[in-house]
Design a protein around this ligand. Structure first.
Ligand SMILES: Cc1ncc(COP(=O)(O)O)c(C=O)c1O
Length: 306
C-alpha cells in the first residue's frame, strides 16, 4: 500500500501491532526514528549493538541472543543509515534460519536505500531470500532516496493482507492517505525510465571513494568501507581525550561534532544519535566540490588536535 513516506509505514505498522511491553529488536547503529516510534507505540526497543569487525551487520548469534518471549518484531535496514552496511544474501540467509525457528516474530525491512549500492552489489529483500517468511514480513520502500523525492512524502509497503487492512484503516483515520498529486509523481518516478539511477549510483560511489580516501588522511579517524546508502560512519577513537586549539577536550562524539561545526563550519551527526557513541556520520549526498572542501577542513581540524 502507499503511505505518506517510509517513516509513516513504520509508524503505522508499530501503532497497529504493538501492545505495551512488546519488544522490538533494533540492530545499532540505527536510524534514530526506530526506537522513538517503537516507544510512541508503547513498545520496548531492544537495541543490539553490531560490531565494526562484522561490518556493522547483525549476525545470527546476536539475533538469537536478543530474542525473548516478548519479542514481536525485528527491524532490518539494508543498506543502513548511518553505516552504509549492506546485508549479503548469505547474511540474510543466516538471519532467516533463526527467524524460521521463531514463528511468532515479525520483521520490518526498511529497504529505502536498496537501489543505492556500490561495487556492483545487488541488494536483496528478506522475502526474496526466504519466501516462507512472507506471511510475517513488511517490506518497506519509498521514493525519498533513489528518486531524491523526499519532499513528495511517498512510501510504500508490501505486507500480509490482514496487516495491510489494519494499516489502511489507521491511515484513513490519521493522514487520510497521501495526496493524489504526489502519488502521480511517484508513479511516474517508479514506472518511468530508470537509467539515470545507474549514473547517480556511480557518482555516489565516486563521492564515497573520495570521502574515504580523504578521511584516511585525517589523523585519529578510521572508517570501514560502506557498500550502500550515502553515508560514512568513521570512528573517532583516535582523537578522544585530545584538545582543540581553544583548549576544549574531545571527551565524546557529541563534543567532536560540535567543535568541528564551530571551528570549521562542517556539519556532521554524532554516533550517539544513532545509538552508537564513539563515531560520527557524514552524508555525501551533496556536490563533490563541497565534499572535497569539507574533508579538507576535517583533515585540518583533526591535525590541529593535540
Ligand atoms: C533508514 C531510513 N528509513 C526511512 C527514512 C524515511 O524515509 P521517508 O522520507 O520515505 O519517510 C529515512 C530517511 O532519512 C531513513 O534514513
Amino acid at each position: 500500500m502507499v503511505s505518506t513516506g517510509g517513516k509513516q509505514v513504520i509508524y503505522d505498522v508499530f501503532t497497529a501491532t504493538l501492545d505495551a511491553g512488546d519488544e522490538v529488536i533494533i540492530p545499532a547503529p540505527a536510524w534514530v526514528s526506530y526506537p522513538d516510534i517503537v516507544a510512541l507505540a508503547d513498545g520496548t526497543p531492544v537495541v543490539v549493538q553490531t560490531k565494526p569487525e562484522n561490518g556493522f551487520r547483525l549476525d545470527a548469534e546476536a539475533l538469537r541472543g536478543a530474542i525473548t518471549p516478548r519479542t514481536k518484531w525485528l527491524v532490518l535496514n539494508s543498506p543502513c543509515n548511518p553505516t552504509g552496511a549492506v546485508y549479503s544474501e548469505a547474511d540474510l540467509r543466516a538471519l532467516c534460519d533463526v527467524l524460521l525457528d521463531h514463528p511468532r516474530i515479525w520483521v520490518l525491512t526498511d529497504d529505502i536505500y536498496a537501489k543505492l549500492v556500490y561495487d556492483g552489489l545487488v541488494s536483496k529483500t528478506l522475502v526474496q531470500v526466504e519466501p516462507k517468511l512472507r506471511n510475517r514480513v513488511v517490506t518497506m520502500n519509498g521514493v525519498s532516496k533513489a528518486y531524491a523525492m523526499t519532499g513528495w512524502r511517498i512510501g510504500f509497503s508490501a505486507a500480509p493482507v490482514e496487516l495491510t487492512k489494519a494499516l489502511i484503516k489507521l491511515q484513513g483515520q490519521s493522514t487520510s492517505n497521501p495526496c493524489s498529486i504526489a502519488q502521480a509523481a511517484a508513479l511516474e518516478a517508479v514506472t518511468g525510465p530508470q537509467d539515470f539511477i545507474g549514473g547517480m549510483v556511480s557518482v555516489y560511489q565516486e563521492r564515497r571513494d573520495l570521502v574515504l580516501s580523504m578521511l584516511a588522511q585525517a589523523p585519529g579517524l578510521t572508517c570501514i568501507r560502506p557498500e550502500g546508502a550515502f553515508y560514512v560512519f568513521p570512528s573517532i577513537a583516535g582523537v578522544i581525550g585530545k584538545k582543540t586549539s581553544t583548549g576544549k577536550v574531545i571527551e565524546n562524539d557529541e563534543i567532536f561534532v560540535t567543535e568541528l561545526l564551530e571551528e570549521t563550519g562542517v556539519a556532521a551527526v554524532h554516533g550517539s544519535a544513532f545509538l552508537t557513541p564513539g563515531y560520527f556520520r557524514i552524508s555525501y549526498a551533496t556536490d563533490t566540490e563541497s565534499l572535497r572542501e569539507a574533508c579538507t577542513r576535517i583533515q585540518r581540524f583533526c591535525a590541529s588536535l593535540s
